[in-house]
Design a protein around this ligand. Sequence first.
Ligand code: PMP
Length: 445
Amino acid sequence: MHNHSPVFYRDLNAVPPSIVRGEGSYLEDASGRRYLDASASAGVVGIGHGRSEIWDALAAAGDKVTFVYNATFTHPWQEELAGRILAMAPSNMAGVYFTSGGSEANESAWKLARQYFVERGKPQKYKAVARWLSYHGVTLATLSLSGRTSWREIYSPLLLPVARVAPPYEYRCRICGGGRCTLACADDLERTILMEGPETVAAFFAEPIVGTTAAGLTPNPGYYRRIREICDRYDVLFVADEVLCGYGRTGHPFAISGWDVAPDIVTLGKAIGSGYAPLGAMVVSEKIREVFAAGSGRFVHGLTYSGTPSACFVGNRVHEIMSREGLFTRGAEIGRYLEAGLRALADRHPAIGDIRGRGLLWGVEFVEDRETRRPFDPKVGFTAKIVSHMRVNGILVAAGIPGINHGQGGDHIQISPPFTISESEIDVLLDGLDEALKRYGSVPA
Ligand code: PMP
């Protein structure tokens, strides 16, 4: 039995509630039910819901907002937004290429990396390396990058085999064996590049803080410096996928700045348009810009909606709101309040095995046995129980993938609220999680 809607829904048998309005951290569905959106609708809505000043500004701009095709014309809003982004970017960054979302930004980055080596007379350097716990998008190329196995398998064979390295998963590290971190997971990149052949590898992709596949994984302070050294040693570009963790979510405009490391490309999405426009971006370093300028002078790429005026217009308004309200850095402080609340919950609930993250991107991993860190059997559906219990009580958190990578990791949820969330709304979220864990935490029902 499936529904007869004219929409081909992602899930034909369980069409989700229809949302009719939003305000701040809250959404309201057609029946009048309100939800605290502690996932910011997949980590997108940085400035909060229902900011009608964005639409007022768009209306006031009137016929100045017209469509132009990016190969024929440009327009002031893309210049303006690119300038704003570069002003907050790591100092080696020298250009912004706009896309209509995160997958497109990552796919563009892989293509850019490949052309970069073609420009340098090294066309055999085309491969990408990524990490096991990673999500870079759902196009065939970005699925090839992503380590999210349950979404990859249906579409195999994928476009290109991508070599994968160990994730920085301290709680379940299999290389250091639970002892002190030796950065062996970063060194795994060197081993992998050598096995692939350094003359064939173009780029290494990593989310500075991991999103949905193992929410909140935050590598230790030396990790990205080691990654940078390895990439430099083998002439491999380092692409930081900040689609989820960037643009203020961690309390920095650029998440990688938290490690004081300069990537070659940063991809952005989600909060840059904050759900008010389909917008993403690829921020490109001076080194890449110089090679293109001295070479063919042209990135052989371009989608119809690359840098489209209406999305860039909205992107500027989002940026203004973020700057005016201090939202590029607010995550650091309010995130400490959220972290303290989560840690207090862990003191009461043995089912919480690990709490990790930074700013307003947190993962809570659940375990059946805290002592041995044994995860719940995926058949228990622990995450689904927690998430649906919270949802029934009007609180939305994102479900991680239970039994990730064939049972190698545990159940977890991702908490990634709007950057505007208040302390009292965080209290509502924490009470909701407390309540769900009281119901399911000790004896799985
Ligand atoms: N990279 C990361 C880290 C993401 O979290 C996502 C989206 N969840 C993407 C890429 C893909 O972005 P989009 O859905 O906008 O294509």
